[in-house]
Design a protein around this ligand. Sequence first.
Ligand code: GUN
Length: 281
Amino acid sequence: MPQIIDGKAISAQIKDELKEKVAALKQEGTSLCLAVIQVGNDPASSVYVGNKKKACAYIGIESLSYELDESTTQEELLNLIKELNKRQDVNGILVQLPLPGHIDEDLVIRTIDPSKDVDGFHPQSVGTLCIGQKGFVSCTPAGIIQLLKRSGIEIAGKECVIIGRSNIVGKPMALLLLRENGTVTVAHSKTANLKDVAKRADILVVAVGKPKMITRDYVKEGAVVIDVGIHRNENNKLCGDVDYDDVAPICSAITPVPGGVGPMTIAMLMNNCVESAALNR
Ligand code: GUN
């Protein structure tokens, strides 16, 4: 049977490490504060935002919560971000996505001061990642690198295939695996012979957004499989983009859903908040 990569345990370990760092920062007089903005009350977003605030409380980071009405105008949101950009006591600004249709997400992301962009979504953060300079890295792909490293999985020299090319996961994932000296292929919905391409992977990262799409026909025997997807199946149970029961017996390591990649996103957000406070102290 494969190694089951325990994202819950690894994220707990990272959060405990961060808790110690926060205590040390506070001792030298550095305050830590994350501003969390949600517009509207999408139930999934409310769960994510609640978990982020809970993680802040656990680690010792203050969180400022802005729960704005669905009808909030773009100008009102931009003004709030500009105000938070100016505040010395705020280290990080997170605007939960998706935003209502009348608000331009790109413009919102661009308005966040890159030194407080703990989500790593600002074009400047993406640019620094691309050229290998310091900057905030998108939390889910950063978490996947930690999962691999802390599970003793070597990346250098490995064939890495990512299925999915989103700005939040696929593209930054490619850059991070490249930074770790992997040989990287980004596949997507228009890729020809997707099964053959995926089967080249020593490390296969799946972020397609389709429940249980990846069966063992896409996986080389002995590969490491990282599943970014999370869905509810017909019985209201959580499942990923990978058909776990079909794939697990043939791979060397695999992330479960839930309890794999998911918990890592929040741990890395906390890491970015601590880095932001340490850099700007
Ligand atoms: N919506 C879904 N995932 C994320 C995330 O990582 N950050 C933000 N801001 N919104 C999201």
